[in-house]
Design a protein around this ligand. Structure first.
Ligand SMILES: CC(C)(COP(=O)(O)OP(=O)(O)OC[C@H]1O[C@@H](n2cnc3c(N)ncnc32)[C@H](O)[C@@H]1OP(=O)(O)O)[C@@H](O)C(=O)NCCC(=O)NCCS
Length: 194
């Protein structure tokens, strides 16, 4: 089912400081496979899905599903492209098919390890939040991350998201261990900073 409220602008492309965010296409399969394979040991701790994308065919099939979910208005996954055209990560708006509430979306993100820790995640997240409220029309955005994911929590707090709670043992990480998740939320009407 399509999510009510929040719709992609035309074109759904965001040009930021040292990066471009744009929809994934089937032609990205080889580059995404390489990026995920290289990043798996580092991503697995916080993103258990990496192990489902360990073959080129699995990634190609996943990108097919990404396009289907985009067209249905259920989920919007976007590539983060560096200044020289390389895939440097992934982000997206995840309204969970409307399950989070009308006009509400989660923002997700990962950055390849070679580019992480240099401020790219914060810049992309800040631009996504602004774009999400102004151009997509989301009413409320959420950042959900494991409670021990320091960089994600720092980004949420710097961008004016409020701590709204802790979901105990709600996910199982890539090593099979149940983990608590922090929920941060920001309304379109909230101030930009902490
Ligand atoms: C989370 C992630 C997207 C952040 O991107 P990044 O480019 O590494 O982030 P930045 O370099 O912008 O750093 C973000 C902030 O975290 C801070 N930080 C870094 N390590 C930290 C730690 N261990 N604890 C607390 N804060 C930390 C940085 O100092 C920075 O804060 P500042 O801007 O106030 O200096 C990236 O690290 C990543 O892909 N991690 C693995 C996948 C993941 O966890 N995705 C999110 C799932 S919810």
């Amino acid at each position: 089912m399509a999510a009510p409220g929040g719709a992609p602008p035309d074109p759904p492309v965001l040009v930021g400081d040292g990066f471009t965010v744009r929809p994934w296409t089937p032609q990205d399969a080889a580059a995404l496979f390489t990026a995920v394979s290289r990043s798996a040991p580092y991503l697995r701790r916080f993103m258990p899905w990496v192990d489902g994308q360990r073959t080129p065919d699995a990634v190609r099939s996943e990108l097919g599903q990404v396009a289907v979910r985009w067209r249905a208005g259920e989920d919007f996954r976007l590539a983060i492209v560096g200044p020289h055209g390389a895939i440097v990560g992934s982000t997206g708006f995840h309204p969970r098919g409307g399950a989070l509430g009308p006009g509400v979306s989660e923002i997700g993100m990962w950055i390849v390890p070679e580019e992480a820790g240099r401020g790219l995640g914060r810049r992309v997240a800040a631009a996504m939040v602004r774009w999400g409220f102004d151009a997509w029309g989301w009413r409320r955005l959420e950042i959900r991350c494991q409670v021990d994911n320091g960089p994600s929590r720092r980004i949420a707090e710097r961008l004016g998201f409020r701590w709204e709670g802790r979901l105990r043992g709600v996910i199982v990480d890539g090593h099979g261990t149940p983990r608590d998740v922090a929920v941060y939320g920001r309304l379109a009407t909230d101030p930009e900073g902490p």
